[in-house]
Design a protein. Sequence first.
Length: 261
Amino acid sequence: MNVGLIGAGHIASALAEGWSRPDVPGPPSLVFFDVDAAKSRNLAAATGGATAETAAGLVAASDLVIVAVRPQHVEGVLLDVGPVVGERPVVSVAAGVTLARLQAALPKGTRVARIMPNVAAALGLGVFLFVRGTLGLGVAQVEDLFALAGDVVEVDEALFDAATAVAGCMPGIIAYLVEAFASAGVAHGLAEDVAVHLAISGVHGAAAIVAREGDPSAVVVATATPGGMTAAAVEKLEERGLALTIDDAVVAAIARAQELA
């Protein structure tokens, strides 16, 4: 399958890297277009893809089109390529741009859907929030494609922003927490490179354990032995209201998505 990506920024790069991993069975053929032609060329060179000179040319060379531009540019791109889309599915990965807006910018009957990825797709560990929209029989095609780079979770569009705040924003938020732990380690005498290494290794292993158990609360109970170091740390986080702060962060992310809409 020929997959065209309009836009060659961070998300497009993560998707392309994930789909071009050596262990991916039957990887798609990728075609890129970006208004910054150098970005398209660089991404194509890194992933074994091809480039198109125009967005319309990319659509013509693709079986499925992914729109990976900034939210404020989505409708302009769709108006540009609409006349040549035909039966090809169009998938937007832009935050805040609803199905209704996608459909309004494209010819009537165009098959459209929304997906919110995260950058872990580059490692095959992405989470893809999926609103099937009007794909019809194309649902399986899109699910199979994105499943090559991670976990596809179908959600109702009304819950899309909340789900994005929980999953789509997670890499950046976890990186922020890792940075904070590393900084705390440095403040208490660790060398910076050692502190960063320990924090990264710690979160990597912790995520694997939580994923294996499937129950975060059970892992907290198992690791926070009464009177122990982890228990003392958790008690301090609870005292400072970390859970409420995280809820505030989710609210802020949702609000931003609605502003983009």
